[in-house]
Structures are given as structure tokens and as C-alpha cells.
Design a protein around this ligand. Structure first.
Ligand SMILES: NC(=O)c1ccc[n+]([C@@H]2O[C@H](COP(=O)([O-])OP(=O)(O)OC[C@H]3O[C@@H](n4cnc5c(N)ncnc54)[C@H](O)[C@@H]3O)[C@@H](O)[C@H]2O)c1
Length: 247
């Protein structure tokens, strides 16, 4: 049990990649705080606890500073500390730049990038108080690294996640804090419901492995980066993409 008695926050933990990640951490002995805007997180937390795991749900809009502060204080109130922050919540709104309304741009930047700033900031504040390091795993995307038409705000936000992660790694390594980002390719989650079947079929063709990824494949990579097995890895952005960005 690699995460016995470790306290882990997973934002966006009620669905998709966050849901799978919360489960994998729970299976490895962690106390998991599921943070999500959706109340589905409450039911999911109860479901996990009924299986003998130790989780709580804290309803959180990760784009709002007061909500993220509340998330940290509820976590410390319940479990006394924080060991791992997984800043994973995110959304996609597609439009080419000349057709992208300002409010949609702002929303994607708020939920995908400002949220990571807030989650990392308050996690680091807690890590520094505790004085024995900590681990951050931010969810980027292959679109932190390569563009695709229509993903204007999304790619910009995920590119920002990459550099914010490197910035954290650079500044806080001396305090024993590691920060890495994952760069998933297209994974079978509800976020994919925003895309048409034709688009999904064409995306499959962009992955040399000829398939989309599964949430558990991402979750297991997050656990690796959060674990002591990754003790000398910081500032990395790790593709989990069936070869998409290799081509
Ligand atoms: N699915 C993919 O193919 C894929 C690929 C690369 C990166 N990602 C990234 O992975 C992350 C998770 O995506 P997913 O596919 O699991 O999506 P999902 O839609 O299944 O889950 C996202 C979760 O985030 C929550 N959320 C949305 N806005 C929020 C907010 N403001 N505050 C708190 N929670 C909020 C949603 O309620 C949902 O539970 C995102 O950052 C996404 O960009 C996904």
C-alpha cells in the first residue's frame, strides 16, 4: 500500500480521470478528498466509503479562490494534513480563435489554468506549514505540447499548466516539493461527449496504438508520479498518449 495514511486531494474527482484516480489512491491506502463542482462527488465518496475506503467530498469550484481555500481547510480539519494535490478538474469549449467569445475563453482559462494556480498555491502553502515537502500532479494534456484546430482556449490553458508546473518544480524543489504534469492523449471519459463520433474516429487514427486511452491508464501514471518511485522526477510533463505526440 504505497499511500497508506497519505492524504490526497483530487479535483474533478467525481468523473472521468479524477474518478479513476481517486479510486486508485483509495485502493493504495490513501485518505482521498474528492473535490468537484458536481454533487455527484458526494454519492461517489459514499460509494467508496461503503467499500471500506476513507474519503470525503468537498463541493468546490476550483476556479474560485474562496472555494479552494475552503477545500484545504476542510481537508486539514478532517485529516490533519495534505500529502498530494492532484489538480485535475478541467473543461473544453471548442471554437476557432476568430469565433471564440471572450466569456468562453475566460471560462476555459479560469477552470483549466487559474484553478491549477489556486490548487497548487494553497497546497504549497499547506506543505510549507507542514515542513516536510509534498507532491503535486497537474493535469495537462497532449495539447500542452501540440495544437489541434478548435482547441484554442483549451490548448492555451494547458500550455499554461505545463509552464506553471515547471515553475513550481523550479522554485519549490529545495523545500522538498515535487511537481509534475501529465499529458493525456484522448481518453474514454465523459469529456469526450463534447465531440462528435466522426471527430472521435479521426482522433483514434492519431494515436499510433490505434485506440483511445482508458482512465485507469492515466490514474496509474498519476500514482506513479505521486509515489516515492518518482523521487527524482520534478518539472516533467509526461505524455500518456499511445504515441500521439511521438509522431
Ligand atoms: N478525457 C480526455 O481525453 C482528456 C485528455 C487530456 C486531458 N484531459 C484533462 O483531464 C481532466 C479531467 O478530464 P475528464 O476527461 O476526466 O473530464 P470529465 O468531464 O469526465 O471530468 C471533469 C470533472 O471536473 C469537474 N469540474 C468541471 N469544472 C469544475 C470546476 N469549476 N470546479 C470543480 N470541478 C469542476 C466536473 O464536474 C467533472 O466531474 C481535465 O483537466 C481534462 O482537460 C482529458
Amino acid at each position: 500500500m504505497r499511500f497508506q495514511d497519505k492524504v490526497v486531494i483530487v479535483t474533478g474527482g467525481a468523473s472521468g480521470l479524477g474518478e479513476a484516480t481517486a479510486l486508485e489512491f483509495a485502493k493504495e491506502g490513501a485518505k482521498v478528498v474528492i473535490a468537484d463542482l458536481s454533487e455527484k462527488g458526494q454519492g461517489y465518496s459514499e460509494e467508496l466509503n461503503a467499500q471500506g475506503y476513507d474519503t470525503i467530498f468537498v463541493q468546490t469550484n476550483v476556479a474560485k479562490e474562496d472555494d479552494v481555500k475552503n477545500l484545504l481547510s476542510k481537508t486539514v480539519e478532517k485529516y490533519g494534513k495534505l500529502d498530494v494535490m492532484v489538480a485535475n478538474a478541467g473543461i473544453n469549449i471548442e471554437a476557432d480563435l476568430h469565433e471564440l467569445d471572450f466569456d468562453k475563453w475566460q471560462k476555459v482559462i479560469d477552470v483549466n489554468l487559474t484553478s491549477v494556480y489556486l490548487s497548487d498555491k494553497y497546497a504549497i502553502e499547506q506543505f510549507l506549514k507542514q515542513g516536510n515537502g509534498g507532491v503535486i500532479v497537474n493535469t495537462g494534456s497532449i495539447h500542452s505540447l501540440v495544437a489541434r484546430n478548435g482547441l484554442t482556449a483549451y490548448s492555451a490553458s494547458k500550455g499554461g499548466v505545463k509552464m506553471l508546473t515547471q515553475q513550481v518544480a523550479s522554485r519549490y524543489s529545495k523545500e522538498g516539493i515535487r511537481a509534475n504534469a501529465i499529458a493525456p492523449g484522448y481518453i474514454e471519459t465523459p469529456l469526450m461527449n463534447t465531440l462528435s463520433q466522426d471527430v472521435i474516429d479521426s482522433l483514434v487514427g492519431l494515436h499510433p496504438m490505434g485506440r483511445l486511452g482508458k482512465p485507469v491508464e492515466v490514474a496509474k501514471t498519476v500514482l506513479f508520479l505521486a509515489s516515492d518511485d518518482a523521487s527524482f522526477i520534478s518539472g516533467a510533463i509526461l505524455p500518456i498518449d499511445g504515441g500521439y505526440t511521438a509522431v
